[in-house]
Design a protein around this ligand. Structure first.
Ligand code: ATP
Length: 505
């Protein structure tokens, strides 16, 4: 038996393969598909929701269970409209967009330039790529939109659809969705769907600090939906209009933000590695243009089939948000720090804390996990004349995140084997998500479970009736082990335990 991994096919093919695999095996469906879908909106299917919940749980536990000084909240999506004035989103949450006059397609100007830089990088022209990104950063920071357009023209960037460089001017486009609250639709009832979960944390800073009896430094974690009217709707669930964020705001004493920024940057990268994203497919990318609130910002990027792209942002946000909320709400956001400052011999006293934020998209993490797990390999089966070589596709998901932990197969649908399989199912279902499958040949059943990433398949045969043992087949090695039914719970439990992941953090 030999397993040889095959290198990925072309980048485009691989993403297309993943998209169709995700649909066929119940991971991700286009939203409202019977009406031809809704651009950049997706639904998670039966296996997708399990995988996503498992990923979210791993993040949640790594944040709140492993750190005594990080607690969670679940804030509402709707917030008082002044929140978004204070945060700067009403005035400044926009992307520079440009239209091609021939194809009528709309693009993000910065993405066109970033793609060009990635092309230079791919060709080994690293310095050229860096110069281009630096120039883009300078122009965007200066809000010189005419300069951005000129750069697109100078770089001879053309529309991939019309193949022309017939561009409109670059304009800013606000990404927030708005709606009305209450029965009367006028300007005063206008509210927004939150474009980030962070503000729900900021406005609850003092509620949480007091009720959870936390001392600075401490963090507040939250998982929830966010909405952005993205201009460019492509790359599957990488860029959606409705998505989920897992954010943590860590409140620190002013002056210590640098060390906390470095700490969280390293911690979060390590987390992705122990979750199964290989170190060589992860990199840091410093921001060219800092957001209005940021003192420093870095992205953790993963190498998707379409290139290195952001999965998580780490931002040093200073006291910007809390101070803004203090001004607009006229409610003090001070914290009294009674630790003694060694320089003065007195308590540090009152201040508005600084914030270091970690923000990861649950959907982007899901996509990265799926891209990493989706593999095709050549395997050899049988001996001598009977030997056959074939390819198999599988999802090499970590058992802790796999949607189904074990599938139980009665070898035949008679002789009491289905009843025995159900007995095993009943003994495991309180601890793990397990399924019983009776239909099709055992080989077909193995294949189906490989395709959804089930780490163990348990075969129930006639010997089981005699001695209460089963065959456990391992997804990755395809090796089979005979073991007593009584040992299954401990065996699967060990493999899917989060401890194994957390121990490495
Ligand atoms: P990008 O530059 O790709 O638009 P961003 O820098 O605007 O992303 P942040 O505002 O830092 O993203 O949001 C934090 C995280 O939320 C991102 O790292 C990403 O994982 C996720 N995210 C942001 N926008 C989307 C989206 N439209 N669809 C899915 N996930 C998103």
């Amino acid at each position: 038996m030999s397993n040889e991994q095959k290198p990925a096919a072309t980048a485009e093919n691989t993403l297309a393969d993943i998209v169709s695999h995700a649909k066929e095996y119940g991971f991700v469906f286009p939203s409202s598909e019977i009406y031809d879908g809704l651009a950049a909106v997706y639904d998670y299917g039966p296996n997708g929701v399990e995988l996503k919940n498992n990923l979210k749980q791993l993040w949640w536990k790594a944040m709140t269970q492993l750190n005594q000084n990080v607690v969670g909240i679940d804030a509402a999506i709707f917030m008082h409209p002044l929140t978004w004035k204070a945060s700067g989103h009403i005035d400044g949450f926009s992307d520079p967009m440009i239209d091609n006059l021939d194809s009528k397609k709309r693009y993000r100007a910065d993405v066109l330039l970033e793609d060009k830089a990635a092309e230079y990088e791919k060709n080994g022209e690293i310095a050229r790529a860096e110069t281009l990104l630096a120039e883009m950063g300078r122009l965007l920071t200066a809000e010189d939109l005419a300069g951005v357009k000129q750069l697109i023209i100078d770089e001879k960037i053309i529309c991939p659809v019309s193949k022309t460089g017939n561009w409109t001017d670059v304009r800013q486009f606000n990404l927030m969705f708005s709606t009305q609250i209450g029965a009367v639709a006028d300007d005063s009832s206008k509210i927004y769907l939150r474009p980030e979960t962070a503000q729900g944390i900021f406005v609850n800073f003092l509620n949480v600090q007091k009720s959870a009896r936390q001392k600075v430094p401490f963090g507040i974690a939250q998982i929830g939906k966010a909405f952005r009217n993205e201009i460019v709707a492509r790359q599957f669930i990488f860029r959606m209009r409705e998505f989920e964020q897992m954010e943590m705001q860590f409140f620190v004493r002013p002056g210590t933000e640098g060390e906390w920024y470095d700490k969280w940057k390293a911690t979060r990268r390590r987390w992705h590695e122990v979750m199964g994203l290989p170190a060589e497919k992860l990199r840091f990318h410093d921001h060219e243009k800092l957001a209005h609130y940021a003192k420093a910002a870095v992205d953790i990027e993963y190498e998707f089939p379409f290139g290195f792209k952001e999965i998580e942002g780490i931002h040093s946000r200073s006291d910007f948000d809390l101070t803004q909320h203090q001004t607009l709400s006229r409610k003090k956001q001070n914290y009294f720090d009674n630790d003694i400052n060694p320089e003065t011999g007195k308590p540090y006293g009152n201040y508005v804390p600084y914030v270091v934020e970690t923000s990861v998209g649950a959907d982007r993490l899901f996509l990265a996990t799926l891209c990493q797990a989706f593999q095709e390999e050549t395997i050899t089966e049988g001996e001598g004349e009977e030997q056959k070589t074939k390819t198999r596709k599988l999802l090499r998901l970590h058992p802790a995140v796999a949607p189904v932990k074990a599938a139980i197969f009665p070898l035949v649908k008679k002789d009491g084997l289905p009843e025995k399989a159900n007995e095993i199912y009943n003994s495991l279902r309180f601890d793990f998500r397990v399924v019983v499958e009776e239909k099709d040949s055992i080989g077909t059943r193995y294949t189906r479970q490989d395709l959804i990433g089930t780490p163990f398949c348990i075969a129930v045969d006639h010997q089981t009736l005699e001695d209460n043992t089963v065959t456990v087949r391992h997804r990755d090695s395809r090796e089979q082990t005979r073991m007593p039914i009584a040992e299954l719970r401990g065996y699967i439990g060990e493999a899917v335990s989060l401890n194994r992941i957390f121990e490495q953090l």
